[in-house]
Design a protein around this ligand. Structure first.
Ligand code: HPA
Length: 279
């Protein structure tokens, strides 16, 4: 399980994508649990199974297909990851974030990341979309970061700035797109845990206290790599369940997370399409 990759690895993977399509994607899109259907709207696309791309992971989680779809969405050339890798699956952080750097080599300037997340903010409901305004890299603070290891100067600096990971203009465009599509848009801070167990109630109280509005098991490593390489980022969480902080016992299940995806796909789709049109 490689803990780090070299430029030649990213270039080898990018070369395979270029063999399959002449389209040069300007926008990367990562689809989270239960959100794969968003790729169905991509036009004139080629779908490249992850197995065909050197050094790519293959996904093991239900609800995550494993294909890179390159095509057009709202007139923009996009590379869509239908399925992502998570640290809890056993992949290294380098593997989890490998495709982000491949997309950077392919020329993306914007990355749109989506995820399914548990709502911590008491004002949130299942089915809400939350615009990520900032994140807490809890696992990164503990040492689980893809930026550990030799720095690849061709992508970015050893000590990258992380003061505003989520691009202000993209956030504005998302706000406008949501309003136009009549989708209520929440805003908040996403906290990343390693999973795969859902949180204890004490975990959840702690996460609320430190200022998190939604909790999940992905996204932050990908965003760290994207920002290291200077890629603009838009992050959207689909609130798939409300984390049971207090009150009667409510269990969180993966089925519930996937079920919420069905409500969330059209909402997230409307926002993403609106942003792409405005780019
Ligand atoms: N906790 C952590 N990750 C999640 C959750 C949750 O409640 N829902 C979806 N991903």
């Amino acid at each position: 399980m490689p803990e780090s990759f070299m430029m030649s690895h990213f270039e080898a993977a990018a070369a395979v994508v270029r063999e399959r399509t002449a389209l040069q994607p300007g926008v990367g899109l990562i689809l989270g649990s239960g959100l794969s259907a968003l790729a169905d709207a991509v036009l004139d696309g080629v779908a490249i199974p992850y197995e065909d791309i050197p050094h790519f992971f293959t996904t093991t989680v239900e609800g995550h297909a494993g294909r890179l779809v390159v095509g057009r969405l709202e007139g923009q050339a996009v590379a869509v990851m239908q399925g992502r890798a998570h640290y809890y699956e056993g992949y290294s952080m380098a593997e989890v974030t490998f495709p982000v750097r491949v997309m950077q080599v392919l020329g993306i300037e914007t990355l749109i990341v989506t995820n399914a997340a548990g709502g911590l903010n008491p004002g949130f409901n299942t089915g809400d979309v939350m615009l990520i305004t900032d994140h807490i890299n809890l696992i990164g603070m503990g040492g689980l970061t893809p930026l550990r290891g030799p720095n690849l100067d061709a992508f970015g600096p050893r000590f990258p700035d992380m003061s505003e990971p989520y691009d202000l203009r993209l956030r504005e465009l998302a706000g406008r797109a949501a309003a136009e599509a009549d989708v209520p848009l929440r805003e908040g801070v996403y906290v990343c845990l390693a999973g795969p167990s859902f949180e204890t109630r004490a975990d959840l109280r702690f996460l609320r206290l430190i200022g998190a509005d939604a909790v999940g098991m992905s996204t932050v490593p990908e965003v760290a790599i994207a920002r290291h390489g200077g890629t603009r980022v838009l992050g959207l969480s689909g609130i798939s369940n409300i984390a049971p902080v207090e009150g009667a016992a409510v269990e969180t299940t993966h089925e519930e997370v996937l079920e919420a995806g069905r409500v969330l796909v059209p909402r997230l789709g409307a926002i993403i399409r609106g942003v792409l049109r405005a780019l």
